[in-house]
Design a protein around this ligand. Structure first.
Ligand SMILES: Nc1ncnc2c1ncn2[C@@H]1O[C@H](COP(=O)(O)OP(=O)(O)O)[C@@H](O)[C@H]1O
Ligand SMILES: [Mg+2]
Length: 292
């Protein structure tokens, strides 16, 4: 097919493109004044907690260079924790620490960090290496989510997350993102994670995409990705609906993780949710009845 007939075919299927998302959804429904609430994960956490929705517990916020060396003391009692840029995206700059070595820390992808190397990583975060627009940033140190055993067969090491697109408080489309060896323990599609579609009525996973390829089997665990019933699905839909109250953003993407012991938690909210969720669901966003 030539590019013009591809564009026509996509339009006929109701696939939302970048211009449509920006011009018809973000611009009219997302007030600019509300972006800062979701662009800074420290603020999002506080906001969600105030609305009674669980978030991974915050252990520390590191804001200025001289606090960097305090990190080791702040996490002295913990074996596992996550370091991430407050204004990061796409999984960039996130280190999921799963244990200790004699000289420092072990990360979920098998790499190790000496104390100095983790300090250097933190100074890069503060300098804005991973932040939106390259502006100076803060580093968050938080609880490491323990994934629900249900996902054991289809997640390679990291924690899967459930992305839900919410339009004016109504959850319209969802996807489960499954970490792979390639994605290094993170569930971001651009890092190589799989995205499975989700049936909105039952919360059951459908087939997946990795990049632009349709996949039925998880490449690292060899198990089928479809047919998994997401636990607490009703609660997830409720949390998604609540996210509109929390931020006032009419069109947003909410990322929820399921913790084995603590249940569903909001990981983050996005004012500019990506469009690949449509590929994962093999369906366009426009025909969803609630969005017209
Ligand atoms: N506290 C955590 N515990 C375990 N895994 C995490 C945690 N925070 C992030 N991750 C992993 O990293 C991915 C990206 O995290 P997220 O906070 O959504 O940042 P980004 O804005 O970069 O997408 C998550 O989907 C998850 O797989
Ligand atoms: Mg995310």
């Amino acid at each position: 097919m030539n590019p013009i007939s591809i564009a026509k075919a996509l339009r006929a299927r109701g696939v939302l493109g970048l211009n449509g998302r920006n011009g018809e959804f973000m611009l009219p429904y997302n007030a600019r004044s509300r972006y800062p609430l979701v662009d800074d994960k420290v603020l999002t956490k506080a906001l969600a907690a105030r609305h009674g929705v669980a978030v991974p517990e915050l252990y520390a916020v590191i804001e200025i260079p001289h606090q960097i060396r305090e990190l080791h003391a702040r996490v002295a009692a913990r074996h596992e924790f996550v370091v991430k840029p407050a204004r990061g995206s796409g999984g960039e700059g996130i280190v999921v620490v799963t244990g200790r070595t004699s000289e420092g820390y072990r990360a979920i992808d098998g790499s190790t960090y000496t104390h100095e190397e983790l300090e250097f990583h933190l100074s890069n975060i503060l300098a804005g290496v991973y932040s939106l627009g390259g502006e100076p940033d803060k580093a968050i140190v938080e609880y490491r989510v323990q994934f629900d055993p249900l996902f054991e067969r289809v997640a390679y090491r990291g924690v899967p997350d459930v992305r839900i697109i919410v339009f004016l408080g109504v959850p319209v489309m969802a996807m489960v993102r499954l970490p792979t060896r390639k994605s290094g323990g993170k569930a971001n599609l651009h890092q190589g994670a799989l995205g499975t579609g989700v049936c909105m009525d039952t919360g059951t996973t459908l087939s997946a995409v990795q990049g632009t390829r349709i996949v039925d089997i998880h490449p690292d665990t060899g198990n089928p990705v479809a047919g998994i019933r997401i636990p607490h699905w009703q609660r997830l839909l409720e949390i998604a609906a609540r996210s509109y109250e929390i931020t006032g953003l009419g069109y947003q993407g909410i990322d929820i993780v399921l913790d084995r012991d603590r249940g569903p938690m909001i990981l983050e909210l996005n004012a500019r949710p990506g469009l690949a969720i449509q590929i994962a669901n093999r369906a366009g966003l426009r025909p969803r009845p609630w969005i017209r």
